[in-house]
Every structure is written in structure tokens, then in C-alpha cells.
Design a protein around this ligand. Structure first.
Ligand code: SF4
Ligand code: SF4
Length: 308
């Protein structure tokens, strides 16, 4: 039986902790060892993995969403569609043709399926885009929500459908799939965590960081997923040891920590990952060495997982 790729979801309860930095550099370290890597940007309101990889958005495709269109001539005004719409997205007044309210419609298609008169036609609405490209031998799949649209989870679901198709049809195409999530603990993030073999929440050594980390760990635990934490900017104001000890005392599993390092800032500015072997960063730098330790631990985790 072919081995399917391992899926690692990089997440974090709070914005700006360095999720994308970690996702991109972990992807780069696997790529450096000639692994076939697919990196998915599921932060669909702010997709920016490609910027940190120095790439561009290519091969755009539309993400459409079902929208009900009511054919007035066929509608008997029975109200069955409105009665059964769990989102209350069909405004129905006795004896009138229902009016779809698209801002609350979930696109579930139930009304279309149950209308006894065939008066509901499937129509579609563009809610965003997907991009597929290859940057420095890393395959990128990016979702982007259209401004003013609210259905970010639908874009994430669409990305995950592509992942499932790849896994089912070409299980050997990739060795590793890395999913980068939006911040927070909402349904988009839940979908991406639910796909993971390992979840990496990224935090920083502050009270806010800890509070949001605990929230995301609660979600990960509810979903029964394995996780290991990265503490980014760990040398911030000298709280590293205290913060790591505090996490240990709470039995929180730690994958590693990354200290503040100018090279990380340079990598953001230049759009070149810190761990890119071709890039001109210090190979003795604190962040570089820390990422290598994290990578070693990930390889150990893969080895253990393959031998369980
Ligand atoms: S179920 Fe069909 S026929 Fe009945 S009100 Fe809705 S659209 Fe009209
Ligand atoms: S698609 Fe689903 S949510 Fe939208 S109007 Fe129809 S039943 Fe309601």
C-alpha cells in the first residue's frame, strides 16, 4: 500500500506569532533534503506564504459557491424551502415567492434538493480564488477570499478537497504537506487542524501568547490531534526559560523555540526563507540553529510515526 504524505498543520491562537515564518521554513528544510513538499496557505483572508518564499500568485482559478435562484413561474409559493433552511436564508411571506438572503446562505443546496416544483435553480457566486505554483521546488496552493465575502471556511474546504484528491489519486506526489492556518480558533482553523497528523501551534513568550496558545490547544485536544509547540521570539525580554518552564509545568509539549534574530527580519524583508541553503544568512545564527533542531525533532517524529 503506498505511503500517504504526512500532514503538518502550523497554527497559532494569535496573529503575528510567526506561523507563516515557521510553515515556510519547515517546508524549506524538507525541500533542502529533496523531499517533495506541498505548502498550503489556508489563511485565506491574508495569504502571504508566497511573499516569504519570494514567489508570485500564479495559475488563478475561481472558487464558486452555490447560490439558489428561484424561478418565479415555477414556484408554487408552498414555503417548504424556507421552512427547512437551517440558516434562515430564505425570506418567505405567506403566498409570496421566497427571497434568498445570500449573506446568510451557507450554500448547502438543501432548498434546491427539496423544492417539489423544481423552482430552485443552481446558480453560483464567486467567493474567492485559488493559486497553484512552484517556488524554489516547493509546490504552493493558496486560497484567497474575495474582499467583502464572509465564507472563508468554504475556500478552506475547497483547498482541502484538492488535498484529498491528491492523496487519493497520487499518494506519492508529495512526501509532506504543510498547512498554514489563519490565526484564531474558528472553523477555518478547525478544518485545517482536523486534517493534520501533527499540529504545530506557534506562540510567543507573553501573557497574550500564552492565553491564545491555551485556547488553540483546547481545540486541538478536542479534535484529538497530536501537537508540539514552537515558541517564537523566545529571547524576548529574557522570559525564555520562565515561559518554557511554565509550559512544561502545564504538560504542554514543546517542539522548540526560536530566538529573536536579525536574520529573521532580513528574511521577511528579502522574501527569502531563512533556511534556504542558497541564501546569505549566518549558518551560525540563533534562529538558524533553532530551526535545524526543530527539523531534527520533526524527522524523529516522522520516523516514530512510520514505525508505530
Ligand atoms: S419550495 Fe420551491 S415551490 Fe415551494 S416556495 Fe420554495 S421555491 Fe417555491
Ligand atoms: S442553499 Fe441552504 S442555506 Fe442557502 S437558502 Fe438554500 S437551504 Fe438555505
Amino acid at each position: 500500500m503506498p505511503k500517504r504524505p504526512k500532514i503538518i498543520t502550523v497554527t497559532g491562537g494569535k496573529g503575528g506569532t510567526g506561523k507563516t515564518l515557521c510553515a515556510v521554513n519547515i517546508a524549506t528544510m524538507f525541500k533542502n533534503e529533496s523531499k517533495k513538499v506541498l505548502l498550503i496557505d489556508g489563511d485565506v483572508e491574508n495569504p502571504n506564504t508566497y511573499l516569504l518564499l519570494g514567489g508570485t500568485l500564479n495559475n488563478k482559478s475561481l472558487v464558486n459557491y452555490f447560490k439558489p435562484q428561484i424561478v418565479e413561474d415555477k414556484c408554487t409559493k408552498c414555503g417548504i424551502c424556507a421552512e427547512n433552511c437551517a440558516s434562515h436564508a430564505l425570506l418567505y411571506l405567506d403566498g409570496a415567492v421566497p427571497i434568498p438572503m445570500l449573506t446568510v446562505c451557507s450554500g448547502c443546496k438543501l432548498c434546491y434538493k427539496i423544492c417539489p416544483s423544481g423552482a430552485i435553480q443552481p446558480d453560483s457566486k464567486i467567493i474567492g480564488w485559488k493559486y497553484r505554483s512552484e517556488v524554489n521546488s516547493i509546490s504552493l496552493l493558496i486560497g484567497e477570499l474575495k474582499p467583502s465575502e464572509a465564507r472563508s471556511a468554504a475556500i478552506v474546504e475547497d483547498l482541502l478537497k484538492d488535498v484529498m484528491t491528491i492523496i487519493e489519486q497520487k499518494p506519492n506526489e508529495f512526501d509532506i504537506i504543510i498547512l498554514d492556518t489563519a490565526p484564531g480558533a474558528h472553523c477555518d482553523v478547525e478544518l485545517l487542524i482536523n486534517m493534520a497528523d501533527l499540529v504545530i501551534p506557534v506562540t510567543e513568550p507573553t501573557k497574550f501568547g500564552e492565553m491564545d496558545l491555551l485556547r488553540i490547544i483546547e481545540l486541538i485536544t478536542l479534535l484529538n490531534k497530536e501537537y508540539k509547540v514552537i515558541v517564537n521570539r523566545s529571547s524576548l525580554l529574557g522570559f525564555r526559560d520562565e515561559f518554557l518552564e511554565n509550559l512544561s509545568n502545564k504538560n504542554i509539549k514543546i517542539l522548540g523555540d526560536i530566538p529573536l534574530d536579525d536574520d529573521v527580519v532580513h528574511s521577511y524583508c528579502q522574501g527569502t526563507p531563512l533556511m534556504d541553503v542558497e541564501a546569505n544568512y549566518s549558518k551560525d545564527g540563533g534562529a538558524y540553529a533553532s530551526f535545524l533542531k526543530i527539523y531534527d525533532k520533526l524527522k524523529e517524529w516522522i520516523h516514530e510515526k512510520d514505525n508505530r
